[in-house]
Ligand binder design. Structure first.
Ligand SMILES: Cc1cc2nc3c(=O)[nH]c(=O)nc-3n(C[C@H](O)[C@H](O)[C@H](O)COP(=O)(O)OP(=O)(O)OC[C@H]3O[C@@H](n4cnc5c(N)ncnc54)[C@H](O)[C@@H]3O)c2cc1C
Length: 354
């Protein structure tokens, strides 16, 4: 395929979608000298707004998904530069994660991941430290005494996803990006952009309605937000990812509390965004078993979001035609993969890679 060679003085990019992927790509393009505009339909359909905000490379590494894990490990390395660029250190809510288990079977599962999945990733050996139940309570005194052990992953961060979106919007605006509230009904609406204009389709699940080649399905996830009261124990300093009797639950710190997530199952369609009572009940019960002091937190939000997933579990980042590039299908890893995706999109736009 021939790539468009635009005059650097006239490189213009229209990004469709203002979630974490669209905004991170828009900022990277503006920083590289492109004139950028983002068209976005609003927060109602935005998975980035609902998410937990874990930069979970190892934590999301499961057997059979090694290629996805390698992409996440690569993108995690680019996160410190993105945070520096955003100039808002408050975006980062934890710099390390604890993987903890409640039974011998649960710890066996974690050991299997550590030995056969995580161990193959370059640089993860030093970052992964086995911990006993006693170590867990030294690191996080509020966690349950029923937790028998696990691993500490040094450098496995989390971010406040909502603060991140605000920081991306503010930084992009300062860099000259124009943010426009608009739903694009069809790519034909963008036909008058001129011969030199490039388009980035980064509309998450909404991409499929604009380009049928995006074969996406929604994976629903319930997620809770809890706020500390003045009687409560403080939120954990680590991301806590627990295995409890075969089920997974995570606690992601925020300045004022924790985010508890997340369920994961097939959605009934792109409008299926209401949390079910059973999902909320399981998350609450498991989170309180891990951190009993959560009982005195306020439950401020129970939400459900739809992860934009591809059939092979890998993001779809590619050139579609001479003027259009697509970046979607990031599934449960869109936040962690944002800076890696932005770098790839820029290489494609500039003709360095296909
Ligand atoms: C419960 C839950 C927890 C999660 N936790 C994590 C986590 O801890 N870490 C992690 O890395 N990932 C997590 N994810 C996944 C992550 O949220 C997604 O992968 C990521 O948000 C996808 O980003 P995006 O920008 O592609 O899509 P979105 O965030 O969905 O943004 C798409 C944007 O495009 C706009 N749009 C859609 N159609 C149009 C149109 N036609 N015209 C104009 N604009 C349009 C929408 O309004 C929206 O603003 C989680 C997801 C869920 C549901």
């Amino acid at each position: 395929m021939d790539f468009p060679q635009q005059d650097p003085a006239h490189r213009t990019l229209t990004v469709v979608g203002g979630g974490v992927i669209g905004l991170t790509c828009a900022l990277a393009a503006a920083d590289a000298g492109w004139r950028v505009r983002v068209l976005d339909a609003g927060a109602g359909e935005r998975a980035s707004w609902v998410a937990g905000g874990m930069l979970g490379s190892l934590g999301e590494g499961i057997p059979g998904e090694e290629a996805s894990l390698a992409l996440s490990v690569d993108s995690v390395r680019r996160w410190p530069a993105l945070v520096t660029r955003l100039d808002d250190p408050g975006v980062v809510t934890a710099t390390d994660s604890l993987f903890v288990a409640a039974s011998a079977t649960d710890i066996e599962y974690l050991r299997h991941l550590a030995d056969f999945v995580w161990a193959d990733q370059p640089g993860t050996g030093a970052a992964l430290q086995p911990v006993t139940g006693r170590d867990i309570r030294t690191l996080e005194p509020s966690l349950s005494s029923r937790l028998v052990g696990g691993y500490r992953a040094v450098g496995e961060w989390s971010v406040d996803n909502r603060r991140l979106l605000e920081a991306l919007r503010a930084t992009a605006t300062t860099a000259g990006v124009e943010l426009v509230s608009a739903r694009v009904a069809s790519l034909a609406e963008l036909d008058d952009l001129g011969p030199d204009a490039q388009i980035l389709l980064a509309a998450g699940l909404g991409t499929a309605a604009l380009w049928p080649g995006a074969d996406l399905h929604p994976a629903k996830g319930e997620i809770l937000r809890l706020r500390r009261t003045r009687w409560s124990v403080p939120p954990p300093g680590h991301v806590v990812r627990a295995r409890l009797h075969g089920r997974a639950v995570y606690l992601v710190p925020r300045a004022d509390g924790v985010v508890v997530g997340a369920t994961h199952y097939e959605a009934e369609g792109v409008a299926d965004r209401v949390p079910q009572a059973g999902g909320v009940a399981d998350l609450l019960a498991d989170a309180i078993e891990v951190l009993p002091g959560l009982r005195t937190y306020e439950l401020t939000e129970a939400a459900a979001g739809l992860r934009p997933c591809t059939a092979d579990g890998l993001p779809l980042v590619a050139r579609v035609d001479a003027r259009t590039v697509v970046a979607t299908g990031h599934g449960r890893n869109g936040i962690v993969l944002a800076p890696g995706t932005a770098e790839r999109v820029l290489s494609i736009l500039e003709g360095v890679e296909e």
